[in-house]
Design a protein around this ligand. Structure first.
Ligand SMILES: NC(=O)c1ccc[n+]([C@@H]2O[C@H](COP(=O)([O-])OP(=O)(O)OC[C@H]3O[C@@H](n4cnc5c(N)ncnc54)[C@H](OP(=O)(O)O)[C@@H]3O)[C@@H](O)[C@H]2O)c1
Length: 301
C-alpha cells in the first residue's frame, strides 16, 4: 500500500511516500481501508521527535493518528465490528493514518453514523474528541462563561460548539479573520494579540487553552478564584498555574457520543481544507503553519 511518513526525526524534509505491506490486525484490532485521515499538530510533533517519550515510533513511520474508513478484516477477540462497517477512530500504536490501510484497536473506534461524511468523521477522534473530553473535565454549569484560547483551530472550533450546546456562554480568542465564524457559533469574539486580555471585560468561570505560553499566562488573570483551567497545548504551564492537561478517553462510548453530536446537528466539524493523499505533505504543512481555520483532512479514497 501507499502511505506517507517520515524516515527520521526532523523537519518536513524527512517526509516521503512509502510503499509498504498492508498491515495485519492483531488481537482486538480491525484493518480499515482508509477513506479520510485527520491532520493534527501532533503529527508534525511526532515527526519532529517532540513526542519520543510518549509515542514510541519505529522508523520509518507512517504519519497520522486518526481516520475514517471501512473495516476490511477483523482480528481475534473483536466484538461488535464486522467487515464492511463504516468506522472512525484513533490508529493503533505503531500504525499511521496517512495511508491506504491502517489498523485501529476496536476499543478506540466507533461506527460512523451514515449521515456523517467520511471527511467529517476523520476529524472526530482527535480534535472534537479532545474538546468533548476537556469540556466534561472543566465541569462548568449551564450559564457559566468559558474562555477558549485558540478558538478558530481544530480543537477550538469544536469546543465553542460543544460548550454552547451545554448552555455555556463562550468567548473565543482568535485572529481577526476568524471573527465572523467565532460569532456564528454564538461566541463573543476577542481578537488575539499581545493585549487580548484587555478586551475581555468580564470574569470568566473557566479556560480551555489551545495556545499555551504567554497567551495562557495572560488569560489566568481573567478567571474567578479556583476556576478550572485545562490546556492541551501546554499542560505543564497549566499545572504550574493551578490547572491541568486533559485526560483523553478515546473510547468507543466517547467517540459514539461525539459522532451523535454531529449526526444530530449540534456539532458541525469546521473543515478548512481537504487534500488528496498525493498531497499529504501540503496538508501537514497547512497544519504546521499554526494558523489552520478548522480541520485539515486527507481524502484517500
Ligand atoms: N493532548 C491532546 O490530546 C491534544 C489533542 C489535540 C490537540 N492538542 C494540542 O492542542 C493545540 C491546538 O490543536 P489544534 O488541533 O486546535 O491546532 P490548530 O488547528 O493548528 O489550531 C491552533 C489555533 O491556534 C491559534 N493561535 C495560534 N497562536 C495564537 C495566539 N497567540 N492567540 C490565539 N490563538 C492563536 C491559531 O489561530 P489563528 O490563526 O487565529 O492565530 C489556530 O487556529 C496543539 O498544540 C495540539 O498539539 C493536544
Amino acid at each position: 500500500m501507499i502511505a506517507y511518513g517520515f524516515s527520521e526525526y526532523g523537519g518536513p524534509e524527512t517526509e516521503f511516500f512509502l510503499d509498504v505491506p498492508i498491515p495485519d490486525p492483531g488481537q482486538g484490532q480491525v484493518l480499515v481501508a482508509v477513506h479520510a485521515a485527520g491532520v493534527n499538530p501532533a503529527d508534525w510533533k511526532v515527526r519532529a521527535g517532540n513526542r519520543k517519550d510518549s509515542v514510541p515510533t519505529l522508523l520509518p513511520a507512517v504519519l497520522g493518528r486518526e481516520v475514517s474508513g471501512t473495516v476490511v478484516q477483523v482480528g481475534t477477540h473483536v466484538d461488535g465490528l464486522s467487515v464492511g462497517d463504516h468506522v472512525f477512530g484513533s490508529t493503533a500504536a505503531g500504525h499511521g493514518g496517512y495511508a491506504q490501510y491502517t489498523v485501529l484497536n476496536a476499543s478506540n473506534a466507533a461506527r460512523k453514523p451514515e449521515s456523517v461524511s467520511f471527511v467529517a468523521a476523520a476529524t472526530l477522534a482527535v480534535a472534537a474528541g479532545t474538546a468533548f473530553d476537556a469540556i466534561d473535565q472543566l465541569a462548568l454549569t449551564s450559564g457559566a462563561t468559558l474562555l477558549v484560547l485558540g478558538a478558530g483551530g481544530g480543537v477550538g472550533s469544536a469546543a465553542l460548539q460543544i460548550a454552547r450546546a451545554r448552555g455555556l456562554k463562550t468567548i473565543g480568542v482568535a485572529s481577526t479573520h476568524k471573527q465572523e465564524w467565532v460569532r456564528s457559533v454564538g461566541a463573543r469574539f476577542v481578537p488575539s494579540g499581545e493585549h487580548f486580555a484587555d478586551s475581555v471585560d468580564t470574569v470568566v468561570d473557566g479556560i480551555f487553552d489551545l495556545v499555551g505560553g504567554d497567551v495562557l499566562r495572560s488569560a489566568v488573570s481573567l478567571i474567578k478564584p479556583d476556576g478550572p483551567v485545562v490546556s492541551v497545548a501546554d499542560s505543564m504551564l497549566a499545572a504550574s498555574l493551578g490547572g491541568s492537561g486533559v485526560t483523553r478517553r478515546r473510547t468507543t462510548e466517547a467517540y459514539e457520543a461525539v459522532a451523535e453530536l454531529v449526526a444530530n446537528g449540534t456539532l458541525h466539524p469546521r473543515i478548512d481544507q481537504v487534500f488528496p493523499l498525493e498531497h499529504a505533505g501540503e496538508a501537514l504543512a497547512a497544519v504546521e503553519s499554526g494558523h489552520a481555520a478548522g480541520k485539515v483532512v486527507i481524502e484517500v479514497t
